[in-house]
Design a binder for this molecule. Structure first.
Ligand code: COA
Length: 258
């Protein structure tokens, strides 16, 4: 049980709600653990037919908690973190996954959507992948999935410049199914999840397996996480994390190319 991740099963839909509003739903290791547990339950509990991911407040999630990134950048060695279990679980999820996204979806908030099967955005939602802003590299197999989904130059722009992609553009690019007004978002997500839950689950899971190469996705994640760990320990990343904590812009110009 984690107070910032709420899990509820109703009529075959396992709804997972991210709720850490005072930090814009930034995700901590403990929260990833609770998310990973919910995905494991969706896998093993025969009553679960659809997983629905949503969030409280005005922001879907501000991505990984940056103060935890800063702590990790000072630690040596590679500890298994819940984020890896969460992402592996999502890549291997057998039941359909629906996401309802309002406000900003930053970093993993956007990359997790690439593993979802039906993505609803609110009309003011914005997708951002500012890994390079933090001197990191993309994760969650997004270095493979995003170019595949939207093409290299758009993916490069999203990753390299870290600018927000508005909901209508995200729909046009095929990252999401549709955008609805913010007050309608939850009800519409619930409706879609309910419709999917009524479909033959054996057929859906077999279809999903055919549509996605989970093994390839997990291999990509493992490759990314090695480089991600190296980047976390870099001087560039340390400058980015210090700048975030001090609420200033980072200055990378004094760090020379290796
Ligand atoms: N990690 C840790 N804390 C975070 C956070 C994150 N990813 N994102 C926001 N917060 C915290 C802020 O530090 C602030 O805490 P404080 O009130 O103790 O100072 C609080 O959440 C509110 O954030 P704030 O920046 O004031 O809200 P905003 O509405 O002006 O901006 C964001 C919202 C999401 C645009 C902005 O917070 C942001 O850019 N966050 C970092 C996103 C990011 O780079 N994530 C990692 C991606 S790899």
């Amino acid at each position: 049980m984690n107070p910032e991740i709420h899990v509820e099963l109703s009529s075959g839909v396992l709804t997972v709600t991210i709720s850490r509003q005072e930090k814009k739903n930034a995700l901590t290791n403990d929260m990833y653990g609770a998310l990973a547990d919910a995905i494991a339950r969706a896998h093993s509990d025969a009553d679960v037919r659809v997983l629905l991911i949503q969030a409280d407040g005005d922001t879907f999630t501000a991505g990984n908690d940056i103060s935890e990134f800063a702590t990790q950048s000072k630690e040596s060695g590679q500890k298994e973190r819940h984020v890896a279990r969460f992402l592996r679980g999502l890549a291997n999820a057998t039941v359909p996954v629906v996401a309802a996204v309002q406000g900003k979806a930053v970093g993993v908030g956007t990359t997790m959507l690439l593993h979802c099967d039906y993505v609803l955005l609110s009309e003011e939602a914005q997708l951002m992948t500012p890994f390079v802003n933090l001197a990191l590299v993309p994760e969650a197999a997004s270095s493979y999935l995003l170019p595949l989904r939207i093409g290299h130059v758009r993916a490069f722009e999203m990753f390299a410049l870290g600018e927000a992609v508005p909901a209508d553009v995200a729909v046009a690019w095929g990252i999401a199914n549709k955008a609805v007004s913010n007050p309608e978002l939850r009800a519409e997500a619930r409706r879609v999840a309910g419709r999917i839950a009524a479909r033959p689950i054996g057929s859906l899971t077999a279809m999903k397996r055919l549509m996605r190469d989970a093994e390839k996705l997990v291999t990509q994640m493992e490759g990314e996480s090695v480089i991600f760990a190296e980047r976390l320990a870099s001087d560039e990343a340390k400058e980015a994390f210090a700048a975030f904590a001090q609420k200033r812009a980072p200055d990378f110009t004094k760090i020379v190319r290796q």
